[in-house]
Write a protein of this length. Sequence first.
Length: 295
Amino acid sequence: MKTKKFGKIIKCCVLFLYLVFFQIMPQLINADVIKIVVIIDEAEVRWHPDLKSIVIKTIPKGTVLESKERIGDWFKVEIPPSEMGIVSGYIHSSAVETVVEKPEEEKPVTQPERQISQQEIPPSPPSSPPLAKAANFFIEIKGTYFYPSDKDFQNIYGAGLKYGGNVVVYVWKKLGIWIGGSYFHKNGKLTYTKEDTELLLIPVVLGLRYRLMSNAINAYVGLGVNYVLYNESSIIGEVNTGKIGVNGNLGAYLNFWKGLFINVFIQLSYCKMYSPDFSINLGGIEAGIGLGYEF
């Protein structure tokens, strides 16, 4: 029964990733492009479509930009990579106007410059301190369904839920430092004596995460080293130790409101622990979902 339930979760995650890579992303890439031109001395490009969001770049007057998406009074534009590695942002419609392209056979006509009043330009918030531009910062809480790869582990404890969180700081272009942790607690029965036994696992991971795409939906791949805190107690005795292993994941997250996002992912881990009496792999496969905020 648990295997069937886990299989359904894996199928749902694979279906989501298929929709992201082969259905949604091609539509976003092939969306109609609108050309806009900056009509004020310095137009501010912000990280989110919000006047309180940090300014990631300023664009001089006369610069022509391309936009594939408009949210209210904001155009999403592609820009040269900033010091944070950001390649897109939002510019207010009062700072630009749409470029009307003429057929090639016609002589280009320069659009007359529109004079705008001070009232039309939204007031700029106070400049963000330099530390606000150091990196992109992500934080999330997550829940996963953990299916151990070790047969003895399966027979004694079976599969179960894990809870935890992640912090990701993008420090260079699309490459970020990933720190995560989770909590797994389960009761089981010893294989031969059928005595009660209790297990506690606390994996902590440090690794790198790379963005494969940056748009409304972001795909990523991550690889890291994890340290698993292991505690098992039964009538035989108690084992309390830790072991180093490896961890990798693949997923995608959807920005649905300002900085909030939903993360769907698949994760693989391996951590072999040896003792005089037995050896066990504390890793396995996980399918999970997270809720987070992007600063």
